[in-house]
Design a protein around this ligand. Structure first.
Ligand SMILES: Nc1ncnc2c1ncn2[C@@H]1O[C@H](COP(=O)(O)OP(=O)(O)OP(=O)(O)O)[C@@H](O)[C@H]1O
Length: 315
């Protein structure tokens, strides 16, 4: 992978929210990069900080410290107007809940055009309409749907509208924030297939956010596991599944998929006890345990993981 072009890089990202008198560290020293053309998974339980990272890349959330680079150039903080316009167009997000993320009072035509209008990204009215129609066709919807309102559509169709709204901008990089978890189980595969088709067709790079590992297994190239605002493990997805090292990743993997996400979460918490980690005594760092496979651990833990691995490999 090293000869690949890095499209997005997150470096030592910290995001701290002010909660009245308290400060809440939502993102704690997160670093990763995403290669052009790959699908990078970010997996963790509810509240672990996945959306906060997505929103920071979209520049909705302020970065407390650290950097986000796109094509090697800073996108947070003070940037030129021209660069701002370029990334507003090139980086798009698909949201989790299509029932909540579309403006109910606007017609589909406006919903899809809004980004185009904000960035003045069309020559004339005819071109704007053409772009909207193409975007609808690209997600398997009819051009005449442009004159309808969101409430006239099913959940799956609404998510397609959300995808069209991103596509119309001709993006390079899409953050898909749990794009299928709010959808009926029967249509999830269709929407995943659509995302995969448009990735090939439009040469897209994805950051795919999910709360369980089973979804990312078949669609991501590499995956980072996040726990309480820290990445605990990052590897090629197949390696992560075949050789999970961090106890939290192991717990996530051994959690039997449950239709009720809260049950699954209880199980993970039960199996994984972060207090077993003596981080106060020996702070952890992100260590490359095999090529491209990183784990958050302190020295003692690393020694244990290596022993564990040797035993498992020789068994
Ligand atoms: N604007 C904000 N102000 C204060 N706290 C916030 C804000 N946004 C997020 N948080 C907190 O940051 C933590 C991480 O939230 P985030 O939405 O990123 O988690 P998540 O992993 O995406 O979870 P989910 O799957 O539920 O969306 C949560 O504890 C949340 O309450």
């Amino acid at each position: 992978m090293s000869d690949k072009e890095v499209l997005l890089e997150v470096k030592n990202l910290h995001i701290v929210f002010d909660k009245g008198k308290h400060k809440f560290v939502a993102i704690d020293d997160v670093s990763f990069h995403i290669y052009k053309g790959e699908t990078f998974g970010l997996v963790g339980e509810s509240g672990s900080g996945k959306t906060t990272i997505g929103r920071a890349i979209m520049r909705i959330n302020e970065v407390t410290s650290g950097q986000i680079l796109y094509r090697g150039k800073n996108i947070n903080g003070k940037i030129s107007k021209d660069w701002d316009k370029q990334i507003t167009q090139k980086i798009q997000m698909i949201f989790q809940d299509p029932m909540a993320s579309l403006n109910e009072r606007a017609k589909v035509d406006y919903i899809i055009s809004e980004g185009l209008i904000n960035t003045k990204n069309f020559k004339d009215e005819a071109e704007r309409q053409q772009k909207v129609q193409n975007a609808l066709l690209n997600v398997g919807l009819l051009p005449e749907f442009a004159s309808r309102f969101p409430h006239e559509f099913s959940g799956g169709q609404r998510q397609r509208i959300g995808i069209a709204r991103a596509l119309v901008m001709e993006p390079e990089f899409i953050i898909a924030d749990e794009p299928i978890s709010a959808l009926d189980v029967s249509i999830r595969a269709q929407v995943l297939n659509l995302l995969s088709t448009i990735q090939q067709r439009n040469n897209l790079t994805y950051l795919f956010i999910a709360h369980d590992l089973s979804i990312v297994r078949f669609i991501t190239d590499r995956t980072a596991v996040i726990y309480k605002g820290k990445i605990v493990e990052l590897a090629e997805t197949e390696k992560l599944f075949s050789n999970p090292i961090h106890p939290y990743t192991r717990a996530l993997l051994s959690a039997v998929p449950e239709p009720n996400p809260y049950k699954e979460r209880d199980k993970v918490v039960e199996i994984y006890n972060p207090l077993q980690h003596q981080y106060e005594l020996a702070p952890p760092s992100f260590i490359e345990i095999e090529e491209g496979h990183y784990v958050l651990a302190n020295e003692e833990e690393i020694a244990n993981y290596r022993t564990l691995r040797t035993v498992e490999v020789s068994e």
